[in-house]
Design a protein around this ligand. Sequence first.
Ligand code: NAG
Ligand code: NAG
Length: 183
Amino acid sequence: MARPILLLLLLLALLSGSATGRPARSTILGRIRGEKLSRLHFFWHDIFSGPRPTVVTIASGASTNSSATLFGLVNVIDDPLTVGPKPTSRLVGRAQGFYASASQESLGFLVAMNLAFVEGKYNGSTLTILGRNQVLTRVREMPILGGTKAFRYARGYVQARTRSLDLKTRDTVVEYNCYVLHY
Ligand SMILES: *[C@@H]1O[C@H](CO)[C@@H](O)[C@H](O)[C@H]1NC(C)=O
Ligand SMILES: *[C@@H]1O[C@H](CO)[C@@H](O)[C@H](O)[C@H]1NC(C)=O
């Protein structure tokens, strides 16, 4: 912007705002077009079994073990995200965070996790999810609150569907569809 215009704007700001003692007003600096809606699809693996579990219980309450909904349980995760449902399928990222049983009526978790992508155009970018996961419901929806790098200003939602659950080991595979608006 040319210097005379800047000076003029500064002068106008001084005259209209602080100089007359009125509070500063918020201003729309511009409207940015070109926001994209992307869909991401992958599988989330919560692995309890084997030599390298990707989930660890870090806390529980005195009554958690006798609670039908595991109320008070907190698990920290570093779960692989893969293109296909098999654990050996290509890695696209990791889900890092925790989930906590926060419902006494039904099996429901508070989920707080960052999806950290490790390949392709999203390598090094993250999405942040904070939501409620009623795990026995067929399709669960959780909000995407933001992101970094390719996902700056991101917002959207995910839909999660359990694909397999091993009742003995508790190993779980969940299919994720993410719908995200970003620039
Ligand atoms: C609940 O059960 C787990 C696994 O059997 C055990 O490690 C933990 O100590 C129990 N917690 C309480 C509070 O009894
Ligand atoms: C992702 O980025 C990291 C860090 O820049 C790099 O080391 C790695 O090779 C990249 N991975 C892929 C699959 O491009």
